[in-house]
Design a protein around this ligand. Structure first.
Ligand SMILES: [Zn+2]
Ligand SMILES: [Zn+2]
Length: 93
């Protein structure tokens, strides 16, 4: 699996270079709340996963932050994706 490029936003703002370490993450795996999967009237596959994944990061200048994301529906023009906010970054010191 490949990961997208990732930088520390704060170091980036201050034009510093740093390594980013993943401190691991967790999912709000709610029992029996995996969302729903279905094929719509056009035969298009949908998957509406309600779980939120939280991942913690720390850079080599000791900035810490976490990112929360929800899975998008594989159907490109699904209303569900409009509700899914783009990756939400919460900075913390
Ligand atoms: Zn940093
Ligand atoms: Zn959908």
């Amino acid at each position: 699996m490949t990961s997208p490029l990732r930088f520390c936003l704060r170091c980036h703002r201050e034009n510093k270079r740093s390594k980013v370490f993943s401190l691991g993450g967790h999912s709000t795996a709610m029992a029996n709340a995996d969302g729903e999967e279905f094929w719509d009237e056009d035969g298009v596959w949908h998957r509406h996963d309600v779980n939120v994944v939280t991942q913690m990061f720390q850079c080599s200048n000791l900035h810490r932050w976490q990112e929360k994301r929800r899975h998008r529906c594989p159907a490109p023009d699904c209303d569900w994706n409009r509700d899914v906010k783009s990756d939400q970054v919460i900075e913390s010191t």
